[in-house]
Design a protein around this ligand. Structure first.
Ligand code: IPE
Ligand code: MG
Length: 222
């Protein structure tokens, strides 16, 4: 989700105003996913690098995360969505961590779809954490294969993403789902995240449907 700051600037407002508009876009996109039959949605909400932003912006984002969980959780739960939170807990307030853990536990048996919120998330940090777990568990070097690593990612239950959408015209992965995105299709949308809506998602999905996915294989006669 990119472009909140640029969107706010266009309105002559501060960046936190843009982040608030970004939350409204999340709600729209979740409904659009439901309509389009997309069961699993991951959102990159805050990266391990985002701490370098101003105290004011980081503080505003943290308050917004708490407020959003408080206001939106019941509806998510009622809709049968299972919530996952990917990322490091360190650095987040104990209050927020408690809310996030609670959201994960309370929605554990929901089966209608999943929402994976990547918060204080970095793809490299996730791989470092997986390596630490392998060592801590005493896994022998010869026993380490792709499955062994995949099983130690933050949310091993989630399938790899089919499609990664980046908004606001940026064409970088920026440390998002590095392991899981190995064969994901990548789509760059010019729309700033707060303006992102169902037609933008439909455009991304339509483009995705034209892609030929070979997963390293060859299509047609060699
Ligand atoms: C959203 O957009 C990023 C986060 C969710 C932290 P930005 O804040 O990066 O927006 P731009 O790049 O300044 O427009
Ligand atoms: Mg940005």
């Amino acid at each position: 989700m990119d472009g909140n700051g640029r969107w706010a600037k266009l309105q002559g407002r501060g960046v936190n105003y843009g982040h608030r508009a970004g939350v409204r876009a999340i709600k729209r996109v979740m409904y659009a996913c439901d309509d389009l039959g997309i069961p699993n949605l991951s959102l990159y909400a805050f990266s391990t690098e985002n701490w370098s932003r101003s105290r004011r912006e980081v503080g505003g984002l943290m308050r917004l995360f708490e407020e959003t969980v408080r206001k939106e959780f019941d509806e998510l739960h009622e809709r049968g969505i299972r919530v996952f939170i990917s990322g490091r807990r360190e650095g987040l307030s104990p209050h927020l961590v408690g809310m996030l853990e609670d959201a994960q536990v309370r929605t554990r048996d929901n089966r209608k779809g999943t929402l994976n919120v990547c918060l204080n998330y970095g793809g490299r940090a996730e791989l470092v954490d997986a390596a630490r777990r392998l060592v801590a568990e005493g896994v022998a070097p010869e026993a380490i294969d792709e499955r062994a690593i995949a099983d130690r990612l933050y949310i091993p239950e989630l399938p790899d993403p089919d499609l990664i959408i980046r908004t606001a015209n940026e064409s970088r992965l920026s440390n998002f789902l590095l392991w899981q995105s190995a064969y994901a299709e990548f789509y760059v949308s010019p729309t700033l995240w707060p303006d992102f809506a169902k037609p933008d998602l439909e455009a991304a999905v339509a483009e995705f449907q034209t892609r030929e996915r070979r997963f390293g294989g060859r299509s047609g006669p060699a």
